[in-house]
Design a protein around this ligand. Structure first.
Ligand code: FE
Length: 373
């Protein structure tokens, strides 16, 4: 038996034993214990599947939110509660992974951006309802699932970035204005299929019905300066470079561009635009959330709920606001000064769960009007 094979063989046994619901309690001795510890470490590099059972002092998190943001939040949680958080950062593929892991998934909770992602996990039957007076108190009803299947933790607005020099004050004040023929050739936006734009379009379906939203999407498409492409920041860059006069993007990117040390040209992009909060005289600006949910497979549900409660409370809300230029979901938490400088705005009051239910309609509509072509 060659060495590599032998190692893999040993590891295989240990991991299957673990998957057979053997929790590591530290009482094993001898060679088996050493092999077991080795396996835990190996597994720990990419997953924590070897410690998937319930532990009073741990909780397992799948996060598509970036480590730079989550690290200080999770450290503060552990400091306060003594509960260790094992986080796996999944930029992509979380839904598929949870589906394939099924009931054996080690994940107790997930953290993702956008109601689209929360809703898709919910629709796939991967989440479970949570009742928590703390969460009900901290998070306005508009920003959480009615049965507690998911909870918004930070708020972002989908706004209009307007050229300071080429767009006159008052020329565009609503999403509807972006679809008006007078804006022909002046608008930039990313793919209509992107999760942020599907949610925006779903909010328009809620506000104006399917026919109204179709007309809007057609009008917007007719006004585009170029085919939908790039991310939100790339649209602001296109305004800076004179390719378009207005763009659509999420608010926190303004903060990320304006303070960007790695890529200082982004500061110039930010300087070339001002933020317009659309529909202030009407239904308000479309807002979305990043949020959390407890998985159906959770073995550490109590700790998972505790972590979500912690993230919805003052200390964590302050960290979110400072680190990522988002709006706290909890009332009374201070904004980052830069975020405050963009001014106060009225948010669309439509419940995000209601908007999420129109996402399928919105997705079909993007195809129907061939928005990206
Ligand atoms: Fe984003």
């Amino acid at each position: 038996m060659d060495r590599t094979y032998k190692n893999n063989f040993t590891r295989g046994i240990v991991l299957s034993a673990t998957l057979g619901a053997l929790a590591f309690t530290g009482t094993y001795t001898g060679a088996f214990a050493r092999a077991f510890e080795g396996a835990v470490q190996v597994a720990g590099r990419s997953t924590f599947s070897a410690v998937s059972s319930a532990r009073a002092d741990e909780v397992n998190l799948y996060s598509s939110r970036q480590p730079f943001l989550m690290k200080p939040l999770l450290a503060a949680f552990t400091e306060e509660t003594g509960i260790k958080v094992n986080m796996v950062y999944l930029k992509k593929g979380m839904l598929e992974r949870l589906k394939s892991e099924g009931r054996n998934s080690p994940a107790d909770l997930i953290l993702v951006s956008d109601i689209g992602n929360l809703h898709n996990h919910d629709k796939a039957g991967l989440l479970q309802p949570v009742t928590s007076p703390n969460l009900s108190a901290n998070i306005p009803a508009q920003y959480r699932h009615p049965s507690g299947n998911w909870f918004g933790l930070t708020v972002r607005a989908r706004v209009i970035y307007a050229s300071k020099t080429r767009l006159k004050a008052g020329e565009v004040t609503t999403y509807e204005d972006l679809a008006d023929p007078r804006m022909k050739g002046r608008v930039c936006i990313r793919s209509g299929k992107h999760v942020y734009n599907i949610s925006l379009l779903a909010s328009i379906v809620v506000a104006k019905g399917e026919a109204g939203a179709t007309a809007w999407a057609k009008g917007l498409k007719a006004n585009l300066a170029r085919r939908p492409q790039g991310n939100d920041r790339a649209q602001v860059r296109a305004v800076f470079e004179g390719e378009c006069d207005v763009a659509v993007g999420n608010t926190y990117y303004m903060g990320k561009m304006a303070t960007n040390k790695k890529d200082p040209i982004q500061k110039e992009w930010a300087k070339s635009v001002r933020i317009i909060f659309p529909n202030q005289a009407g239904r308000g600006t479309h807002v979305n959330v990043s949020g959390a949910a407890v998985t159906k497979s959770a073995k550490n549900k109590t700790n998972a709920v505790r972590l979500i409660e912690f993230l919805s409370d003052d200390a964590a809300q302050k960290i979110y606001a400072e680190q990522n230029f988002e709006y706290p979901v909890k009332a009374g938490v201070a904004l980052h000064p830069l975020v405050a400088s963009w001014g106060r705005f009225k948010a669309d009051k439509a419940y995000l769960s209601k908007i999420a239910n129109k996402r399928t309609t919105a997705t079909k509509l993007v195809d129907k009007v061939a928005f990206n072509n």
